[in-house]
Design a protein around this ligand. Structure first.
Ligand code: FES
Ligand SMILES: [Fe+2]
Length: 434
């Protein structure tokens, strides 16, 4: 991929190809809990290279405006959240969630306020997120994913900020072969018992089958199992383009949202149909397994509200434990899955130049991911892609199957729109593998 192609895929500011395509889709602006109180403090967010404020008005309606006041540009994040509108502190202009100027006290002419409007954006709240459709106009289908269909207490969403372009964490999610290596300590811990991940470690070169679907693609990573039956361990990952991955065994999804060209907000989304995740051991288990405790994120400058959203993790080398590595007690020396992934993706650089890499068959899903991202950047603005799979039916799955079983039975609702490609015939793909 040459530098132009790479930048076209990665850059997200106003007027860029990818930035425009993302503005035509629902993009997660923040969490509902970031603006939980009606009349509470507005939050300042950066999305696709621009600054906005999101606030919940006194009636409980969520709004999103440009951060800068339309009068003389003071930040509305300082504003007073009053009766049905946000009042700029500087000269008191009061603005509703629809951008209408309700009061302009420093202007004698009361008609003035009908001639000016603040820029406001279409938002919906669904599944714990405030989603924004920045381009305006006709709404795309709602981001009605599986996790929106459980009670709020059955959902756990943890945000972490990363110093890298949004594509880099996405590529990590498309990359099954690193799981048994980089995360080998975790995999070893999870071997045996109900959540047996040992196949991931035994077979580090899984056979990958990638199949295009109307929502992006799904891929099956097939690993041999030792049993005499000769079956396979199957992990199915679903990529819901452009920013979301559903990862096996299910009940978890990960989303990489571009704040700007070199920073992304990574959402870890967990849900359960059967048990609450707001408290108790099920929540604890996920926070432990993924290394998502606040102290861990703070240590690497990854807490969203951390003032240092900067390269703290890179400067302290993610506190890598070399002594433990020498002693054999840890493979990576890093404290938890999230820091392992974050260290790898951040160490690729702010905006990774893909010209010098060497892709191999195990990178097939990464190649497919890039191809879809590039086609999204290239799409005709008047004819965005249509989808027939219901958003809420997109899922990941994991199982051990017999030699003759078809893995598609694990994802019956995915609408496949093309031929499956195996890593072995990837050489016929138009991307260069070594
Ligand atoms: S800058 Fe906001 S009212 Fe003047
Ligand atoms: Fe990982």
């Amino acid at each position: 991929m040459n530098q132009n192609e790479n930048e076209r895929m990665c850059r997200v500011g106003p007027g860029t190809a990818m930035g425009s395509a993302l503005r035509r889709r629902w993009v997660a602006a923040c969490l509902s809990t970031d603006v939980s109180e009606p009349g509470g403090a507005p939050v300042r967010i950066k999305l696709l290279g621009e600054w906005f404020v999101v606030f919940r008005d006194s009636e409980g309606v969520v709004g999103m405006l440009d951060e800068r006041c339309p009068h003389r540009g003071a930040s509305l994040a300082f504003g007073r959240n009053e009766d049905c509108g946000l009042r700029c502190l500087w000269h008191g202009w009061k603005i509703g969630v629809d951008g209408v100027l309700q009061e302009t006290p420093n202007i004698a002419d009361d008609h003035f306020r009908q001639r000016v409007k603040a820029r406001s954006y279409d938002v919906v709240e669904l599944g714990g997120f405030v989603w924004a459709h920045l381009a305006g106009g006709e709404r795309p289908p709602l981001p009605d994913y599986q996790w929106a269909h459980v009670p709020d207490e059955h959902r756990l969403i943890v945000a972490a900020d990363l110093d890298s372009n949004f594509t880099q964490p996405l590529e990590g999610l498309a990359d099954s072969s690193h799981v048994g290596i980089l995360h080998s300590n975790l995999v070893a811990k999870m071997s045996g018992g109900a959540k047996d991940l040992s196949a991931l470690r035994r077979d580090q070169a899984p056979r990958l089958l990638v199949e295009p679907t109307d929502f992006g693609f799904h891929y099956a990573a097939l690993r041999k199992v030792d049993e005499p039956t000769g079956g396979h361990h199957v992990r199915i990952t679903a990529y819901a383009a452009p920013l979301l991955f559903f990862i096996a065994p299910g009940g978890q999804a990960f989303m990489s949202v571009p704040q700007d060209d070199t920073h992304s907000r990574f959402y870890n989304i967990f849900w359960s149909a059967t048990e609450p995740l707001s408290d108790g051991p099920a929540r604890q288990f996920r926070l432990d397994m993924f290394g998502l405790h606040r102290e861990q994120l703070a240590e690497y400058g990854m807490l969203p509200e951390h003032p240092l959203v900067g390269d703290l993790g890179r400067r302290n080398h993610f506190t890598q434990d070399r002594a433990g590595m020498r002693a054999g007690s840890t493979f990576s020396g890093l404290n938890g899955l999230t820091s392992e992934d974050a260290a790898m993706t951040a160490s690729m650089g702010d905006l990774y130049d893909r010209a010098a890499e060497h892709l191999v068959p195990a990178d097939l899903a990464v190649i497919r991911l890039r191809r879809i991202l590039r086609s999204i950047a290239d799409e005709d603005a008047d004819r965005p892609a249509r989808m027939t799979t219901e958003t809420s039916r997109i899922t990941a799955a994991e199982a051990v199957l017999g030699p003759n079983a078809d893995w598609h039975a694990l994802v019956p609702h995915h609408n496949v729109v093309g031929r499956a490609v195996a890593a072995d015939d990837a050489a016929t793909d138009d991307e260069q593998l070594v």
